[in-house]
Design a protein around this ligand. Sequence first.
Ligand code: C5P
Length: 222
Amino acid sequence: GFLGQITLDGPSGTGKSSVARSVAARLGAAYLDTGAMYRAATVAVLDAGIDPEDAEAVARVVAEARIEVGTSAGTELVEVDGVDVAVRIRGAEVTRAVSAVSAVPAVRRRLVDQQRALVEAADAVVVEGRDIGTVVLPDATLKVYLTAAPEARAQRRAAQLGLRTADEVAALAVDLRRRDEYDSSRADSPLRPAADAVVVDSTDLSQEGVVDRVVELARSAV
Ligand code: C5P
């Protein structure tokens, strides 16, 4: 079987999470969703009643929070200080604030350390995020950067969230663009493909097609 690390980076709405989960299952590898960790940190910030743009206060709160992610019997497990937040981290309030929290260098340092420790424990792992190939695991076996046309990404996210009206889809497209700009332009670990990443454009591929491609790349990488 596959032994090594696969990084899967890219903007939101590319189908990254579903692809990462399927690839991990196909290869018998562990799976780590680093976005869930930044989202959990954001729950801690919101619950502390702090402005997500107040970098110093954000750093202080996140330093104290115990953040745990994993899977248990196929369901996603996300906890902040022992409280289950798996549903809450997908909500609009967290999605609105997460990019500001993730831009704080002390938050990134703390979560990157935790991510490396989690990955070290696995022989085979698929790690999904924004800076995994560039910062977290620069020596990964295979680096994939997943892209898709903005319209395709908005449609995909809208379908996931069950949005129907043109207004809802348009608002979502605006939110995706705002988050991508924030994530791509921050000073610390901006979203971008690693120099040695394979760029996979999923605009005209089915999810199965993307999974097949990544599995194929993984098998030829070892
Ligand atoms: O992937 P997901 O949409 O859950 O990520 C939520 C946010 O977390 C991203 O928009 C980004 O601001 C942040 N993030 C990050 N670095 C990662 C993963 C996520 O900054 N490795």
